[in-house]
Design a protein around this ligand. Sequence first.
Ligand code: ATP
Ligand code: SF4
Ligand code: MG
Length: 324
Amino acid sequence: MTLLAATDIRKTFAPRIKDDPPVVAVDGVDLTIAPGEVIGLVGESGSGKTTLGKLLLRIIEPDAGSITLDGADFRALGAPELRAARTSVQMIYQAATACLNPGLTVDQHLRETIALHRPADLARADDLIAETLAAFRLEGKGSARPRELSGGQRRRVGVARCLLPRPRLVIADEPTAGLDASVKSEVLELMLGGRDPDQAWVFISHELDIVRFVADRVLVMYRGRIVQELPASRIDPRNLDDVDGLHPYTERLLRSALTADVEPVEVPRREASSGGCPYRAECHRVDPSAPLWQRCTEQVPDPVRPGGTARISCHLLTDPETHR
Ligand SMILES: Nc1ncnc2c1ncn2[C@@H]1O[C@H](COP(=O)(O)OP(=O)(O)OP(=O)(O)O)[C@@H](O)[C@H]1O
Ligand code: SF4
Ligand SMILES: [Mg+2]
């Protein structure tokens, strides 16, 4: 069963500085999410994770591609239907604290969410707010304004506001970034502790240990594309003995998470040019003298599922016999 399916999603931004080239932030992404599934989305800064999350929920509009939610065309929804659908798809923003209104108390934030997404519950809003404050360990903070809360408490208000509508899909963008370890585990517990079998998550994070812990499978993003999809258990920087099944970029990402303990991969310097594999200028696994190199420079690798496993976009890994 599929909750959300996205096909060939694309977004290019106009340059911020005149005469700069346009920014291709998301470049033909396909993904599906089943109810109850937690997908991790990882990749270096600027790889397009936040943009992809916003495109999936139409917080920004894709330039191209299709999105279905429960089998219905999500991109065909007009403004009123989209507003209604937003109850079931929520985003926890990267700058969660900035999303709170400095002039409103915690109670007022929660009441606003109930009015918008659960109007049928407005008559019992006081009880619902009290239950939410207790569930999110914010007792006694109902009359506090954001500046009177700690960073962890502000983050919990943000998470509570996203979960109050009982969404079926949550896109959480770096929900634990900047929190200390104990607050981090508290926020994770509130989000995913009692996993709802109907609620799906896309969990965007630079913290690979957390992604491995919370996700079922992981998508690795590089320059707007998903270069590899793999089971979350493989996102383990301490398990790099067998890198054969890893995309060269996935390997580099894992190694860079443990730079203190593990030899980083040496990134060759090659001239960037258009066409071919987008990763080839940095790829450490293929030598320009190898027969495969021509293919890497000429053909964009299609996502392939070797042996029916998770998909990967790399000529070397999808056709190893011929090209090694
Ligand atoms: N509104 C915008 N206008 C122009 N360019 C944008 C806009 N939003 C994002 N970008 C560009 O798109 C690319 C992808 O950005 P995005 O924020 O999606 O990356 P990210 O993977 O979330 O990075 P990070 O890990 O740092 O949060 C970047 O080059 C960014 O500068
Ligand atoms: S397709 Fe070629 S250049 Fe691209 S990641 Fe694979 S081996 Fe490296
Ligand atoms: Mg981001």
